[in-house]
Design a binder for this molecule. Structure first.
Ligand code: PBG
Length: 329
């Protein structure tokens, strides 16, 4: 008696395995997050994100050119602003000559074809480290959305191709879309962080931007009144469908690895591109284990990224983008 089917036949050699492989990574899969700071010639390593840096505008220009050469065609910009410029209104976020607005222009001037995406949320500009305006212990929804729409417009005016609201206020996609249309920015896209969970994996990112919620009386210590409870699944579908109805062009699930069930469900449910953000803590975890010699860095990195794509990601924002592309090309 022989086995009826021998599935191992399709695994006998690398040539055979590559013939039947279902998920192939390409540079087109990636969005590269970049952290920007003031100054000249500044390249500061982020303590909790080994081999990842904050760059001043001159080095941002260099980086954009290098990414383009590697086939990486979209970046997602974040800025670290001086504490002096932080308040509870997001004023600096609207400054036409602010760091974000200059960063957009820098990348666009360096590589005009590079797709420039920008993070829209108040946390890097908030004296309290929250994504919106804080009042009496609450994060105000509608007032915050109005500022976020203005911030989006300011990014579009500076040349951003895609606005990426990461704040999780209700109704902000509609507000942003409406203002962009009113002002003639019909082709500026919106990538909505739709299923964004209140995750402990954002820690290193908050170090990178010095944007963690502050420890002050009457200021919420976490983002659980706006980011989603990680115990919930159905809510993620609801959030995502609402963002699409409000005008999102791309929806996002964040973080990545712990949320691949959500990615697959959303992928099955909607018919627009689904982005996944493999966040800072996911990056740092692997770096730390690899530094200790406990995990094979490149092998685990490729396994994780492939799993995210296999789960249904149309694109992946990842701090590993450059490392992956260097290996696969
Ligand atoms: C800002 C924002 C965060 C991330 C992306 N945009 C942090 C947060 O919501 O606290 C996290 C990204 C990462 O951890 O890599 N709203």
């Amino acid at each position: 008696m022989y086995p009826l089917r021998r599935n191992r036949r399709l695994r006998t050699s690398e040539s055979m395995r590559s013939l039947v492989r279902e998920t192939i990574l390409s540079p087109n899969d990636f969005i590269v997050p970049l952290f920007v700071v003031e100054g000249k010639g500044v390249k500061e390593e982020i303590a909790s994100m080994p081999n990842y840096y904050r760059l001043s505008l001159d080095l941002l220009e260099k980086e954009a050119k290098e990414l383009w050469k590697l086939g990486l065609k979209s970046v997602l910009l974040f800025v670290k602003v001086d504490d002096k410029l932080k308040d509870n209104t997001g004023k600096e976020a609207l400054n036409p000559d602010g760091l974000m607005q200059r960063a957009i222009k820098t990348v666009k001037n360096a590589v005009p074809e590079m797709l420039v995406m920008t993070d829209v949320a108040l946390d890097p500009f908030s004296a309290y480290g929250h994504d919106g305006i804080v009042s009496e212990g609450l994060i105000l929804n509608d007032d915050s959305s109005a500022v976020l729409a203005e911030m989006s417009l300011s990014h579009a005016q500076a040349g951003a191709d895609v606005i990426a609201p990461s704040d999780m206020m209700d109704g902000r996609i509609f507000e942003i879309r409406t203002l962009l249309e009113d002002e003639g920015f019909h082709n500026t896209g919106i990538m909505a962080y739709s299923a964004k969970y209140a995750s402990a994996f954002y820690g290193p990112f908050r170090d990178a931007l010095d944007s963690a919620p502050v420890d002050l009386k009457n200021i919420p210590k976490d983002k659980k009144t706006y980011q989603m409870d990680f115990a919930n699944r159905e809510e993620a579908i609801r959030e995502t469908i609402m963002d699409i109805e409000e005008g999102a062009d791309i929806v996002m699930v964040k973080p990545g690895l712990c949320y691949l069930d959500i990615v697959r469900e959303i992928k099955n449910e909607v018919n627009i591109p689904v982005a996944v953000y493999q966040v800072s803590g996911e990056y740092s975890m692997l770096k730390a284990a690899a530094e200790k010699g406990w995990l094979d860095h490149d092998a685990v990195m490729l396994e994780q990224i492939t799993a995210i794509k296999r789960a249904g990601a149309s694109m992946i924002a990842s701090y590993f983008a450059k490392d992956v592309v260097k290996i696969i090309s």
